[in-house]
Design a protein. Sequence first.
Length: 233
Amino acid sequence: MQLDHTLYGSFELAILIKVLLATFAGGIIGLERERHGRPAGLRTHLLVCAGSCLMMLVSEAFFLKYGNLPGTGVVRLDPGRVAAQIITGIGFLGAGVIIKDGFTVRGLTTAACLWMVSGIGMAFGMGMINIGVIGTTIALFSLITLKKMEPLIKRDRYLHLNITASSVKDIYPQLETIFTDCNLRVSSLETDWSLTDSSVVYRLVITRQKSRIGRDLSRKIAQIEGVSRIHFK
């Protein structure tokens, strides 16, 4: 379905329908993000979608108003320029909701969601109702249905393990034995030797675990002589 520039002969009615559809689409997608406590929720997604729609309407209005000017004149119009700037602007907005906490990165889905609702708003702004509805359906399917399917997907688990021990006796061979017995693999290892207090800190990233094993693994490591501190996440 392609919504034309006019609806029943009215520009205002066509514009109103486009903006309302974009507002509704952005609102229902933002509501899902709001329910999960994300930094960009209902209002942010609603405004992004409706704002993108308005910008496309303004771009369309420029073309309708000045599109009949000759190409040899001073004024030259490129209707696609506004759309390109919308995408760039939403990229900066999406970067603002991405949070990096140590090895964990949060907000990527919300940033992609903002980018998606911007595209949905642009589709409604151009009168492409079918494309806007399809985009809204895909976004909701991704956020709601695929979210429930995530526990069924087998994925690698990473355990970040910090071990502080005495450097008088090297305990790493004993650590390797424990990891081998538990069928674990060390994917990253950093060692920090202190020459002042005869201590060593091992920073490891462990993979191949099928479940959360931080506590059980810490109990086994704590039995090694010389270990004074264990931290995992």
